[in-house]
Design a protein around this ligand. Structure first.
Ligand code: F6R
Length: 608
C-alpha cells in the first residue's frame, strides 16, 4: 500500500525523503511525489513509475528545502497517473497533503466541497482531505487538520504542510500506520520504521485518533479531541532489513499475520453501512445477472483453489451452476460459452499469461468476463469487462497467502450479491451471512495465536518426504492448497486429494512414514471424513487434523489437532487454510528453505 514520509530539520529534505521512500518500496507503488516548502512556497513534483523517474524530475527542478513530505502511491481510487499521484494541494497551493489509507466517504465530501467552490484536479479520495483542511484553515494548521480528521470515514495516515508555517508538519492517524523518528533537532515522519532507521532508532508510534504537531523544537502529540498524549519513546532494536519485515523473520510470515487486516480491507468497499453489497466496477446490470446461465471460473495455482471455494458459495447461495477450470487447460479447450455465461478470472497479480489468454478466449466467444485481482492497473483490469479488487496490500512473498484469503472473501460477497439479485436470499438472510463474513478477521486472529502448536507439529514432521492432504466438500480446496503450499516452499512431496478417492488408489501410499493432513471441520460430510481418518490410522499413518473447536472426538484419533473457531461451513475455508499456511511455513523453515523466494518460482507468471 502507499507509503508516506516527512522531514523537518536543518538539512536538505529532498535526499532524506527519497531515501525514506526507497525504504518503503517493499509496500508496492505505481507513482511517487514530494512537496518541498522553501522560500515561502510549496513545490510539488510527482511522477508515474518507480522512484528513479521522480529522482530525475527532482534533479531537473533542483528542488531543495528543510521541510518536506513525500509519498509512494499504490492506486486505489483513480488510475496510476501523475494527476492522481500525491502530494495533493488545496485550491490556493497553500496547503499540501500526503495520505495513506482509504477515505470511504470521499464522494460525499467531494460533492459538498465542490458546492462550496473547491476545484479538484484528481480522481483520488485523498484530494478531499486537503480541501477539507483548507475549508477549516484559519491560520492554525493543527486545528484545521483536527477538524478535517473528524469528518473523515475510513482509514488514514496523513501528513500536512502549509506555506504559512515554514517550520511545521502536522500528522494524523486512524487505521493506517504512522511513526515519527526523533533525531537531534530534526524529525522524520513515515508509514513504517525502515524509512527512518538510517537516522534514528528512537520512535514515537502514533495510535488511532492521535495527531502531532512537529517543529524543529519538538513534538506535541494530541488526540483528535485535543487532549495531550504523553508517549514513551519506542527504541528500535532491529536492523534495516528486519524492520522492513515489521520484525517478522520473512515476508511470508508477515503476510500470514496481515490476513485479518487484509480481509477487513477487502470487505471495506463491498459491504456498505446500509446493509447493501457494492461492487463498484462490476459492469454487470441486474438484468445481466438474472440472465446468467452458467459461471465459469478460471485461474491458476492458489487462485484456482479460491475458485473452487467460490464454486461452493455461488452454487449454494445463488443456485447458478459453476465450472472451475485451470486457465492453462481452459485456454486450449473448446469451452461452451455464450453471452449469458459469466467467466470469472481470478489472478492476484493480474498478469498471469494463461489466465489472460483464457479471458481473451472467453470474450471471443461472447461471454462476459469479471476479473478478481489484487493489483490496480494490472493487465486483467484492462482486459476484463468488470473488476473486483481484493485489497490485500502488496504481497512480496512468492507463495500466495493473504491474497488467497481475500480472493475467497471477495467471492463469498460476490456470491451473496448474485443470490440477492436472483432472489435466492432475502435481505435478512444476506445480512446474517454478511455478519458471519464480517467476523472472519477476528477468527483468523484467534487461529494465528495458536502458531506455537503448529510450529511444534512441524518440528516433528520436518524429516518426512511425503505427505497426503485430504478433504471433502469445502475442505477439499483447503486440502489442495495445504499440499501446494507445503510442496512449493519446503520441497516436500505433497498430494492433495478428495478423501473419498482414497480407496481408488492413493491409500496404497499410506504407511507409517506418510503423515496425512485432514481437513475435518464440522460439515455435512464430517462423519465420512472421520471414517477416512480411521482408514489411514489403521495403516499406521500419523494424522494432523484441522477441526472445529469443541470437537473432542477428533482428539482421540489425530496426533495433532489445529482447532478453528466456530463458523458456518461454506466460509470456514478462509479459516481452515490458515493453519496449513503456518504448517508449510514452519516445515520449510525447519528444513532451512528460503520461504520468500522458493526455487524456480516467480510471483507473477507472465509467460505461458
Ligand atoms: C502459490 C502461488 C501460485 C499462484 C499462481 C497464480 O503460492 O502463488 O500458485 O497462485 O501462479 O498466480 P495469480 O493469482 O497471480 O494468477
Amino acid at each position: 500500500m502507499c507509503g508516506i514520509v516527512g522531514y523537518i530539520g536543518s538539512k536538505n529534505s529532498v535526499p532524506i525523503l527519497i531515501d525514506g521512500l526507497k525504504k518503503l518500496e517493499y509496500r508496492g507503488y505505481d507513482s511517487a511525489g514530494l512537496a518541498i516548502l522553501s522560500d515561502g512556497k510549496i513545490d510539488i513534483v510527482r511522477e508515474v513509475g518507480n522512484l528513479s523517474h521522480l529522482e530525475n524530475a527532482l534533479n531537473k527542478n533542483e528542488l531543495c528545502g528543510n521541510l518536506g513530505i513525500g509519498h509512494t502511491r499504490w492506486a486505489t481510487h483513480g488510475r496510476p497517473t501523475k494527476e492522481n499521484a500525491h502530494p495533493h494541494a488545496d485550491c490556493k497551493n497553500n496547503i499540501s497533503v500526503v495520505h495513506n489509507g482509504i477515505i470511504e466517504n470521499f464522494l460525499n465530501l467531494k460533492e459538498q466541497l465542490m458546492e462550496r467552490g473547491h476545484v479538484f484536479h484528481s480522481e483520488t479520495d485523498t484530494e478531499v482531505i486537503v480541501h477539507l483542511i483548507e475549508e477549516y484553515y484559519e491560520g492554525d494548521l493543527l486545528a484545521a487538520v483536527q477538524n478535517a480528521a473528524k469528518k473523515l470515514e475510513g482509514s488514514f495516515a496523513v501528513a500536512a504542510i502549509c506555506r504559512d508555517h515554514p517550520d511545521l508538519i502536522v500528522v494524523a492517524r486512524k487505521d493506517s500506520p504512522l511513526i515519527i523518528g526523533i533525531g537531534n533537532g530534526e524529525y522524520f515522519v513515515a508509514s513504517d520504521i525502515p524509512a527512518v532507521l538510517k537516522h534514528t532508532k528512537n520512535i514515537f508510534i502514533l495510535e488511532d485518533y492521535e495527531m502531532a504537531k512537529i517543529t524543529p523544537e519538538g513534538i506535541c502529540i494530541v488526540t483528535f479531541d485535543g487532549e495531550e498524549v504523553k508517549k514513551d519513546i519506542f527504541k528500535v532494536e532491529w536492523d534495516g532489513e528486519a524492520a522492513e519485515k515489521g520484525g517478522f523473520e520473512d515476508f511470508m510470515l508477515k503476510e500470514i499475520y496481515e490476513q485479518p487486516k487484509a480481509i477487513k480491507e477487502t470487505m471495506r468497499d463491498k459491504f456498505s453501512k446500509e446493509d447493501e453489497i457494492i461492487f463498484e466496477k462490476l459492469q454487470l446490470s441486474e438484468e445481466d445477472i438474472r440472465n446468467i446461465n452458467k459461471v465459469v471460473i478460471i485461474a491458476c495455482g492458489t487462485s484456482y483453489h479460491a475458485g473452487l471455494v467460490g464454486k461452493e458459495a455461488i452454487e449454494h447461495w445463488a443456485k447458478i451452476p459453476v465450472e472451475v477450470d485451470i486457465s492453462s487447460e481452459f485456454r486450449y479447450s473448446d469451452p461452451i460459452l455464450n453471452e449469458n455465461t459469466l467467466v470469472v478470472a481470478i489472478t492476484q497479480s493480474g498478469e498471469t499469461a494463461d489466465t489472460l489468454a483464457g479471458v481473451k478466449e472467453a470474450k471471443n466467444k461472447g461471454a462476459k468476463v469479471i476479473g478478481i485481482t489484487n493489483v490496480l492497473g494490472s493487465t486483467i483490469t484492462r482486459e476484463a469487462d468488470g473488476i473486483i479488487y481484493t485489497h490485500a496490500g502488496p504481497e512480496i512473498g512468492v507463495a500466495a497467502t493473504k491474497t488467497l484469503v481475500c480472493q475467497m472473501v471477495a467471492l463469498y460477497i460476490f456470491a451473496l450479491y448474485l443470490a440477492k439479485i436472483r432472489k435466492y436470499l432475502n435481505t435478512e438472510e444476506t445480512s446474517a451471512i454478511a455478519k458471519d463474513i464480517l467476523m472472519l478477521p477476528d477468527k483468523v486472529e484467534e487461529i494465528l495465536s495458536g502458531n506455537g502448536k503448529i510450529k511444534e507439529s512441524a518440528e516433528n514432521y520436518a524429516n518426512c518426504t511425503d505427505f497426503l492432504f485430504l478433504g471433502r466438500g469445502i475442505g477439499l480446496p483447503v486440502a489442495l492448497e495445504g499440499a501446494l503450499k507445503l510442496k512449493e516452499i519446503s520441497y516436500i512431496h505433497a498430494e492433495g486429494y478428495a478423501a473419498g478417492e482414497m480407496k481408488h488408489g492413493p491409500i496404497a501410499l499410506i504407511d507409517d512414514g506418510v503423515p496425512v493432513v485432514v481437513v475435518a471441520t464440522k460439515s455435512k460430510v464430517y462423519e465420512k471424513i472421520l471414517g477416512n481418518i480411521q482408514e489411514v490410522k489403521a495403516r499406521g499413518a500419523d494424522v494432523v487434523a484441522v477441526a472445529s473447536c469443541g470437537d473432542d472426538e477428533i482428539e482421540k484419533v489425530a496426533d495433532y489437532v489445529f482447532y478453528l473457531p466456530e463458523t458456518p461451513e461454506i466460509i470456514s475455508a478462509v479459516l481452515a487454510v490458515v493453519p496449513l499456511q503456518l504448517f508449510a511455513y514452519h516445515m520449510a523453515k525447519e528444513r532451512g528453505c528460503n520461504v520468500d523466494q522458493p526455487r524456480n518460482l516467480a510471483k507473477s507468471v507472465t509467460v505461458e
